[in-house]
Design a protein around this ligand. Structure first.
Ligand SMILES: [Zn+2]
Length: 239
């Protein structure tokens, strides 16, 4: 049995050799579709290189576009100003919370300034959170678009003294709301506050009166009904 098997293997081996010889002949004659496919490595290397290069070019052009837009916003580069001004303090207060906690439907066609987050109308861009918004509006490119450098004017000792005394005075002034939401008049708000203060004052006075009456009661050791019965009502209780 074992001997027969060996003979069989030998026979197969012979067949394989014959087949390989046939394949060699096939290759020589032209197309070889009887074995694994072969690849033209040079051609595909060339293709891969071309694709890499195209991708790189695309990336660079996106960066260039960003740079170009930045320059278009810059008044110095547009020739509108001859020199950038020094950095100035913001003369308005920021509204970071007006859209807090609101829901909104956003589609692909929603304009940038109505999308979620903080929109910068100067640079026509959207920032997704307040921290990055603050970074942006305090940043170099935003301030350049406003015609300012990041350098600040050097203050004199006199200016510093003035500012300190100003803050000292401010401390004693009444606190003001530094931000008034849209659609509200500051005067209306102030009036409302004044009314609230008056109401609180009246309430306070009432409470004091009541307290005073109670104390009187304790002092004289008589409740009002008893006092009435005894004929003296006027203890300034105001009832
Ligand atoms: Zn900006």
């Amino acid at each position: 049995m074992a001997g027969d098997e060996r003979a069989l293997v030998k026979k197969e081996g012979g067949n394989r050799r014959e087949r390989r010889e046939k394949e060699k002949k096939g290759k020589a004659s032209g197309v070889d579709n009887t074995f694994r496919r072969t690849w033209d490595k040079d051609e595909y290397t060339e293709k891969a290189e071309a694709r890499d290069k195209a991708e790189q070019d695309e990336e660079e052009s996106a960066l260039d576009a960003k740079r170009r837009k930045r320059l278009e916003r810059d008044p110095l580069h547009q020739g509108i100003i001859v020199e950038r001004a020094q950095l100035k303090q913001r003369d308005f207060s920021l509204d970071l919370t007006s859209r807090l906690g609101k829901s909104q439907v956003i589609t692909n066609t929603t304009p940038l300034n109505q999308q979620a987050g903080y929109y910068c109308s100067v640079c026509d861009c959207i920032l997704r959170d307040s921290a990055s918004y603050l970074d942006h509006i305090n940043g170099k490119y935003h301030n350049r678009a406003l015609g300012m450098t990041m350098r600040v004017e050097r203050s004199t000792a006199e200016q510093v003294r003035d500012r300190l005394s100003q803050h000292k005075e401010k401390k004693y002034e009444s606190e003001q709301i530094d931000f008034v939401p849209d659609g509200f008049d500051r005067r209306v708000l102030e009036q409302q506050e004044e009314e609230e203060r008056l109401r609180e004052h009246r309430r306070e006075r009432k409470r004091e009166k009541r307290k005073g009456a109670q104390e009187e009661e304790e002092e004289y050791g008589a409740d009002p009904d008893m006092a009435m019965a005894m004929g003296f009502t006027g203890f300034g209780g105001g009832r």
